[in-house]
Design a protein. Structure first.
Length: 169
């Protein structure tokens, strides 16, 4: 079976012999057979002997029990710990909450769900996200000019035309 690993190093998933379903109702013992690249592994799943049995697991999201994960180092965070945190700017403006964390290859991006309006994507870098406080349930962002949607709208608006003598007749 193919398994897409979302660990920092895809091979790290092999250290966790038992994975569980999203609701933790089922567990799966895995053995890494080979690598396909791009974070994918070929694995054997104990008890899955046929192609038909493997097809039943297609699309299943598998997780590692939190108790088996090592502590995150200083200035490191598990994506799951960031989801749901309140997001404010350094000036104190509330932006929303962290909805998801994505890695598109050039670094992590925080997806912020505002109370209204479009989703906001923010690069998860120390310069743009200087404060992450898991205990207080918050993230503080220092967005560069033009990053936030309302700033983009302001930039696009043209200044009003100045009225000249021709306009006053």
């Amino acid at each position: 079976m193919r398994l897409k690993s979302f660990t920092e190093n895809p091979d790290d998933v092999a250290a966790f012999k038992v994975l569980q379903s999203e609701d933790a109702s089922r567990t799966y013992e895995i053995e890494v057979v080979s690598h396909t690249g791009k974070g994918e592994l070929i694995v054997k799943v104990e008890g899955v002997q046929t192609r038909e049995a493997a097809e039943l697991l297609k699309g299943e999201r598998l997780y590692v029990s939190r108790s088996e994960l090592p502590d995150a180092g200083d200035e490191e965070f598990y994506h799951a710990d960031l989801i749901g945190l309140a997001v404010k700017t350094t000036s104190g403006k509330t932006l929303g909450t962290v909805r998801a964390v994505f890695d598109f290859g050039a670094g992590d991006m925080l997806e912020i769900l505002p109370k209204e309006g479009a989703l906001i994507m923010v690069p998860f870098t120390k310069a743009i996200v200087p404060i992450v406080d898991i205990e207080k349930g918050r993230v503080v962002v220092d967005p560069p000019e033009g990053l936030l949607p309302e700033e983009k709208k302001k930039k696009r608006q043209k200044p009003p035309k100045a009225k000249g003598k021709e306009d006053s007749q």
